[in-house]
Design a protein around this ligand. Structure first.
Ligand code: IFM
Length: 476
């Protein structure tokens, strides 16, 4: 049954040209970890450490996108999405993280992008979504300046190899996670717990972003980073809570936004990070690189943080199945408390107004740059029933967040597109395969793909270029 609606009933039309995309990342979906000369990444190593990933899961096979990408792209086209944001595995292209290109590895991305272009889907390539070549970690990883230089070389190789078919580039994905979950809390690869090293890593990730931007730049390209930004609220008007909100906003949002869009770190964050040596690691010319003009800013949004700085306040942040609290530098005395909203399967509070707040704030406080929501979505406990997967909670989540985007656009925010995370269920880092974010269900044993109700819902929104009346879920 197809429910026909006239254009007049299209309650919320998005601007023409709005990008309706879906996103994934290499280690989370590709598998084929030892094929065609791919090198070892820090996630291959980390996932093999006992206790690092729930259930001992690894990305060795993941959802086999490496071999099944044609089927996956065909499904994207059938659904109606207009763009696919994927990431390039650095160890496929440059197995040791330096040295010559591994052509068979690059060929995979040539095949993938050709297939996308033939299907009329715009490729958006992310250069770094956390799978650092292990040899670079062995040489010190992101806390070492050389890592940024190696990243710029890798960016040049990718531009040479794929620049004839990819115009949209995201340099680094969520440097906050790569730096602070990777090197401070140890919840992510490489699993180090060294706060000073994590601060150096944050600076070098940003430096790598700036250098890679310059290496990628060609006429007609659009380039930028993707930051995981949060709405942040103080738990009360108490001075300690307001200061806690300042610190978390500083570490989570302004550290990255000010650096990339203003070419400087915020004074208060520099002061918070003095004990960890941020200032000492900055060399002459670094901030000019980091602040190099960008064409787009990717915003990954999932939730709001409500924080307290009062001693003894009960609270925590869940970043891995094993962490009760994950302190990061500059915000050791901060606790995360509930804001009382319903949560997703990750325990993350659902707060679409937070997304509106974040994009509106970025548009108002930073130099004008086109914004894209490069990730937004939710994990829920999906079940296959009679060969289908009905996921009304995810549909409601997407609907609310897209309405928030529409409201922001209507008030003048230059928001140009939205990528649902994720196209399909995949390896959710420390949670292994226990959390499903996909619009498409994947049976991890057979690799069978089953579009969930949300996949059809999102595809229909993309085809119409907008949303129907509030809460409407149309049948196919
Ligand atoms: O799966 C991740 C993704 O790799 C980065 N952003 C958040 C997603 C959900 O946790």
């Amino acid at each position: 049954m197809t429910t026909q609606r006239s254009q007049a009933e299209l309650e919320l039309a998005f601007p023409a040209g709005f990008v309706w995309g879906v996103a994934t990342a290499s280690y989370q979906v590709e598998g084929a970890f030892a094929e065609d000369g791919r090198g070892i990444s820090i996630w291959d190593t980390f996932s093999r450490k006992p206790g690092a990933v729930l259930g001992g899961d690894t990305g060795d096979v993941a959802v086999d996108h490496y071999h099944r990408f044609r089927e996956d792209v065909a499904l994207m086209a059938e659904l109606g999405v207009t763009a696919y944001r994927f990431s390039i595995a650095w160890p496929r292209v440059q197995p040791a993280g330096s040295g010559p290109v591994n052509e068979p590895g690059l060929d995979f991305y040539r095949r993938l992008t050709d297939c996308l272009l033939e299907a009329g889907i715009e490729p958006w390539a992310t250069l770094y979504h956390w799978d650092l070549p292990q040899p670079l970690e062995d040489a010190g990883g992101w806390p070492e300046r050389d890592c940024a230089l190696r990243f710029a070389d890798y960016a040049s190789l990718v531009q040479e190899g794929l620049g004839d078919r990819v115009r949209r580039w995201i340099t680094i994905n969520e440097p906050w996670c790569a730096a602070f979950l990777g090197y401070a809390s140890g919840d992510h690869a490489p699993g180090r717990r060294d706060s000073a090293a994590s601060v150096r890593a944050a600076h070098h990730l940003l430096l790598g972003h700036g250098m890679a931007t310059e290496a990628l730049r060609r006429p007609g390209t659009s380039i930028g980073p993707a930051f995981n930004l949060y709405a942040v609220s103080a738990a009360s008007d108490a001075e300690e809570d307001i200061d806690a909100a300042r610190r978390i906003d500083g570490m989570q949002n302004r550290l990255f936004l000010d650096a990339a869009l203003r070419g400087r770190y915020p004074e208060d964050v520099l002061a918070d990070l003095t004990p960890y040596g941020l200032e000492e690691v900055i060399r002459d010319g670094d901030m000019a690189f980091i602040g190099t003009p960008i064409d787009v800013l990717g915003i990954n949004y999932y939730s709001r943080h409500t924080v307290t700085g009062r001693e003894g306040a009960a609270g925590h942040v869940v970043t891995s199945p094993f962490a009760e609290a994950s302190p990061w530098p500059g915000s050791e005395h901060v606790s995360f408390v509930t804001g009382g909203r319903p949560v997703t399967g990750m325990g993350w509070e659902i707060d679409e107004l937070g997304l509106q707040e974040v994009v509106t704030r970025v548009a108002a406080e930073y130099p004008s740059v086109p914004l894209y929501v490069t990730e937004n979505g939710a994990a829920f406990d999906d079940k296959v029933i009679a060969n289908g997967v009905d996921d009304p909670d995810r549909v409601a989540y997407l609907d609310k967040h897209l309405r928030a985007c529409h409201a922001a656009i209507s008030s003048g925010v230059p928001l140009k597109g939205y990528f649902a995370w994720s196209f399909m269920d995949n390896f959710e880092w420390g949670w292994g395969y226990a959390k499903r974010f996909g619009l498409v269900y994947v049976d991890f044993l057979t690799q069978r793909r089953i579009p969930k109700t949300s996949a059809r819902w999102f595809g229909n929104a993309a085809k119409r270029g907008g949303l129907l009346g509030h809460g409407t879920i149309t049948a196919q």
